[in-house]
Design a protein around this ligand. Sequence first.
Ligand code: GLA
Length: 400
Amino acid sequence: MFSDYEAFFAPGRVNLIGEHIDYNGGYVFPCALTIGTYVFVKKRDDDKLRFFSLNKTRFGVKESNLKNMEKGIKTESFADYPLGVMYTLTKNNYPVTSGLDLVFYGNLPSGAGLSSSASMEVVTAYMVKEMFGYDLDFIEMAKLCQWSENNFNGVNCGIMDQFASAMGKNKNAIYLNTNTLDYSYVPVPMDGISLVIANSNNPHKLSDSAYNTRREECSKALLQLKKVLDIKNLCDIIPDEFEKYRDVIEDEVVRKRAKHAIYENARTKEAVKVLKEGDLERFGELLKEAHMSMKDDYEATGKALDTLFFEAIDFDGCIGSRMTGGGFGGCTVSFVKKERVREFKKKVGTAYERKMGIRAVFYEMEIGDGPSKKDSKVIYDLIKSPKFLDIVKGEMKKYF
Ligand code: GLA
């Protein structure tokens, strides 16, 4: 199985700090993970584009073709993420010129805010680059993937997720200025420390509409501040200036959203500075402040994430913790002393289940690299369960 396929991978991401400011021209500080999305691909002799997801085998194959792809005709399925990227690349002089059989497999927890869509977009762009031999650089790739998600899939996201997936570097976080796209890599000291992600398993149904509402509120705040300040983005302002001009923003809720963005930007800059200096204690405090700001001013956390957060920061051996990603459900990220991780999972997990009636799942994560080509045999490492492998083989025989 898959021996005549090429295999490619792109990672998911976790954001350490700098939340909801990639669309306000602020600094963000994400890192790529070692888990993400794989695509197994084979060129076809005709013009068909056939998409199959090993995570959604029951949906069968979704089909398009080169002409429909070029016209931007959708399939109304998961395939619209990779299809959108092919459409976008084709329009930007990186055309998909032959039919393809594509099989996707993701090992990120789904709907957990660890950028499964961005990793699917980036792995598609990387696959096109490699299969058709294009000289497409990774920043351009990230921009095109964001364009595709905004315009093809109608999700108004910023650049952070695609950038982190495309530009990830093992053991490093990416300090990214989302206004200029200047960036630098900052080593994350993991000596004796674990990066623990807790998935709240709390469905976040409202997240897309709430995300867009937050964006609109930030735009309103910017418009009002522009009457008195010569600025392009909310994050052009430092906290002192915000305090001076805050009353220009009439609506109290809108004012709180602006406050979060502007203080979060300052926190992110300080967090990177103290991390470089090795001051983990202050770094941890900033993570906590960032969570509280997402809770009180941005109101994008909710009971599940708050419960995980409060339990985590109460634990001796937890250096810092916060919600990560878009919010309204999803995950927290915590830095925990390695020798205390088992206890941490047990204590936080038990309290969370008692209070929320659902189980959280904990992952000790490694910081990984951006996209890469893999040996197609990787599939056997990914699908460890013999039963699932049988299902996959059966489904594959049906369609390919
Ligand atoms: C989602 C978006 C990102 C970013 C985060 C919040 O993950 O895709 O662009 O806005 O939310 O920081």
